[in-house]
Design a protein around this ligand. Structure first.
Ligand code: SF4
Ligand code: SF4
Length: 470
């Protein structure tokens, strides 16, 4: 059956009840599949390796939630630095917009964890059961000892992969040193992880989520749950790169004798290879669909067929609506793209400026709320504060606290030097004394400064000295 020739690339609505059958894609090789497999497994390797990297003797990327310290290659962030994470998330979202406006759903097809893990789990089925036809046949076979053993082997490998995934996720938070080195001996002989409850719960959740997503949910996640797939049409324009079938060239589709090209047929030989290789089980010839993750497997498959039947490649190809439908060259440089790039540059520039100007030392001053001020035996007015010092560097430092000189005010400390380890905080009680004959009554701004002994790091903070509340 031939499809009507549209004046636009048709967009197929999502049928939430469709695609319930298990998809068994055929694994193929080709230009885009080679790029895709290399990209996917390089990202997977990065995910597995990153928590094992060390920087200055500490895990290089470590989100130590229990102690609220977050280490990223020598920079220590505290909970109060979370605006950096928020800005980073905004930058990532804009980056995704820009990439989507230009290159469509390249993230979905080449880099999304859902795609990578699904590919890996489907590959396990291919290794254990066989290629596409064998897997389809296997599903229909009656239960037998052989079928059960193969199924159990697949489930076991999936489970091991899920546990490795969960352990890697959790190691970004718990730390690899803790996760893999805290063992206790049960009954004096059996080693068993000595993890707190939150680690066990996290391990369970991540293992379950990975197994369910990659083993069972697969393309349903993209079709029914992932919001990005639904938003794509808002981000697309006529110049966005998409994987598309060339209706004009392909239709009317139909089988033919090898080496022939009947006049009443287009170039599509109706071999269905484009459908067989699709990891989400759709037919690209139906038009743009939310389930299409733009993996280009159908491009490679169709090019292979075109080579075999002696027709030019590119019946299914990366193209744009402007090229394919309006027969005009695509506009690579367009206002929308410039607007996104300008915004992205501002955000990245601001983030770099904030990060490079950031002093890895924090001072926080809290007043004694119960008593704003008091008068001591010598008649001096005393204000008490708790000064919290935090060493956000990766090395130990000794700090000194000083009061910006002001006539009539003096600082009293319990310790002149405060040694702090990397990432350590200390609440130091301090008092400021005011001479009532010199200072004005009411509130006087005071500035406390903390500096490291080597003079490298220095921050100041203002507070109030008050004569009220005596
Ligand atoms: S792979 Fe190409 S020729 Fe074969 S059915 Fe798909 S579009 Fe037609
Ligand atoms: S239709 Fe083609 S590009 Fe889209 S998901 Fe299927 S194989 Fe990948």
């Amino acid at each position: 059956m031939s499809a009507p020739q549209p004046n636009r690339i048709p967009v197929r609505e999502v049928d939430l009840n469709a695609n319930k059958q298990r998809v068994h894609p055929r694994f193929i090789k080709g230009f885009y599949q080679n790029i895709r497999v290399i990209t996917m497994y390089a990202l997977l390797a990065l995910f597995l390796i990153l928590p094992w990297l060390r920087f200055n003797g500490r895990q290089a990327i470590w989100f130590d939630v229990p102690s609220q310290h977050y280490y990223i290659f020598g920079i220590t962030f505290l909970t109060q630095d979370f605006y950096f994470i928020a800005v980073f998330a905004i930058i990532a979202a804009f980056l995704l917009f820009v990439v989507t406006v230009y290159a469509g759903r390249v993230w979905c097809g080449y880099a999304c964890p859902q795609t990578i893990w699904t590919h890996m789990y489907q590959y396990v089925e291919k290794i254990v059961i066989g290629d596409r036809n064998k897997r389809i046949k296997f599903d229909k076979e009656p239960m037998s000892a052989k079928k059960i053993s193969k199924r159990l082997l697949v489930y076991f490998i999936w489970f091991v992969l899920s546990v490795i995934t969960a352990a890697t996720f959790v190691s970004y938070v718990a730390g690899t040193d803790f996760l893999y080195h805290s063992w206790q001996m049960v009954g004096g002989v059996i080693p068993f992880p000595d993890w707190p409850v939150w680690v066990w719960v996290s391990m369970f959740i991540f293992t379950f989520a990975t197994y369910a997503n990659a083993g069972y949910m697969r393309e349903q996640m993209c079709i029914q749950i992932c919001p990005y797939g639904r938003f794509q049409s808002v981000m697309f324009d006529k110049d966005t790169l998409i994987v598309s079938y060339d209706y004009e060239r392909g239709e009317p589709r139909g089988a033919r004798k090898k080496g022939t090209h009947p006049d009443n047929l287009g170039d599509c030989v109706e071999c269905t290879m484009c459908v067989q290789v699709c990891p989400t089980g759709i037919d690209i010839r139906d038009g743009l669909q939310v389930a299409c993750i733009q993996c280009a497997a159908c491009v490679d498959a169709c090019n292979d067929i075109m080579d075999k039947v002696g027709y030019p490649r590119g019946l299914i190809r990366y193209t744009t609506e402007r090229q394919l439908v309006e027969k005009e060259p695509s506009k690579l440089l367009r206002p929308r793209l410039f607007a996104y790039l300008a915004l992205l540059s501002i955000l990245i520039g601001g983030m770099i400026y904030a990060l490079t100007g950031r002093v890895p030392l924090e001072i926080d001053i809290r007043r004694d709320r119960n008593q704003l001020s008091s008068t001591n035996a010598q008649g001096m007015i005393e204000n008490s504060y708790i000064v919290k010092l935090t060493n956000k560097t990766q090395e130990p430092h000794t700090y000194k606290l000083t009061l910006e000189p002001q006539e009539g005010l003096s600082l009293q400390l319990r310790f002149n030097d405060v040694p702090l380890d990397a990432g350590e905080s200390y609440d130091m009680p301090v008092s400021i004394y005011g001479d009532p004959d010199v200072i004005e009554s009411g509130q006087t701004p005071v500035i406390l400064t903390v500096a490291s002994e080597d003079g490298k790091y220095k921050v100041s903070k203002q507070n109030i000295f008050t004569t009220q509340g005596q």
